[in-house]
Design a binder for this molecule. Structure first.
Ligand code: PLP
Length: 287
């Protein structure tokens, strides 16, 4: 069934959506994106995603092409028009199409960015069977650029990581740099040892997950101990539990890393509890 999508202020059937072949998002991966999950027909952590979008744009010297209010209205309109109960809204902003292909950026003051949004329906997102089974991950070297805090659409290497994981009979890959885990292909990585939640500190090395921020806040409120520091692959394999977080996976247990079972080789209690709290609180706060 055809969806209604958003392109530069207009709503249209997906078949009618058109972007120039000279758009820098297409030619140079010169663009940023956000994924906001939808639960019960409402947006989860919209303000966090909108704030990170503004930060990504500013870091790349791109103009904010749409106001916060317009962005929220468009997200809601797409959710309504496409009848999304559980799923996501994908938003992408590129530097646009100022003329011919050129490595030099066009003047940000005279360039209109391209803004596209579409929805994906994912019924059963909150009650995902994968959360009961847990994910198997493999480790691969982190060969991405060094500004992973900017949510750009340069996703080829993470995509290759995902394919390597599937080829190895696993679900996902964790990136390793200087012997330490940075994050997953599309999620932040955590381990639990002796009741302590350990996750890499924020820096240019990882994406500052919106779900990460919420989960760490909920963990602190539930009196759980959190340590923000990097950890090695060996430490992860010897952990009691492991899990990942992202806007659409919420909190997802990891039960195996490079073939080594984590803890009992089944989803652990801390990850299960955090997932429960996160979904409960997100449903309450969704707008
Ligand atoms: N890290 C990477 C590399 C990601 O691509 C993502 C999400 O796409 C995350 C972490 C999780 O971020 P969020 O919780 O904001 O979805």
């Amino acid at each position: 069934m055809s969806r209604t999508v958003y392109v530069n202020g207009e709503y249209m059937p997906e078949e009618d959506a058109r972007i120039s072949i000279f758009d820098r998002g297409f030619l140079m991966a010169d663009g940023v994106y956000e994924v906001t999950s939808v639960l019960g027909g409402k947006l989860v952590d919209f303000d966090g995603h909108a704030a990170r979008l503004s930060r990504s744009l500013a870091e790349l010297d791109m103009k904010q092409p749409i106001s916060h209010e317009e962005l929220l209205a468009a997200h809601r309109e797409l959710v309504t028009r496409n009848g999304i109960d559980e799923g996501l809204v994908y938003l992408q902003v590129t530097r646009g199409n100022p003329g011919d292909r050129d490595f030099a950026f066009p003047d940000p003051d005279e360039t209109t960015g391209t803004v596209v949004m579409f929805t994906q329906s994912k019924p059963g997102l909150a009650k995902s069977p994968a959360a009961k089974i847990g994910l198997k991950v493999i480790s691969i070297p982190d060969l991405r650029w060094h500004r992973r805090d900017i949510k750009t659409v340069q996703l080829l290497y993470p995509s290759m990581g995902k394919m390597a994981a599937l080829a190895a009979g696993a679900d996902d890959a964790w990136f390793i740099e200087d012997g330490k885990v940075t994050e997953g292909t599309s999620n932040n990585a955590y381990i639990v040892k002796d009741g302590k939640i350990i996750t890499r500190e924020l820096s240019h090395d990882i994406l500052h997950g919106i779900t990460r921020a919420a989960v760490l806040r909920f963990a602190a409120e539930a009196q759980m101990v959190v340590e923000e520091r990097s950890f090695t692959l060996a430490e992860a394999q010897a952990a009691d539990e492991a899990f990942v977080t992202s806007a659409t996976a919420f909190v997802m247990p990891v039960v195996e890393i490079d073939g080594a079972p984590i803890g009992a080789g089944a989803p652990g209690p801390m990850a299960a509890r955090l997932r429960e709290i996160y979904i409960e609180e997100s449903l309450k706060a969704a707008i």
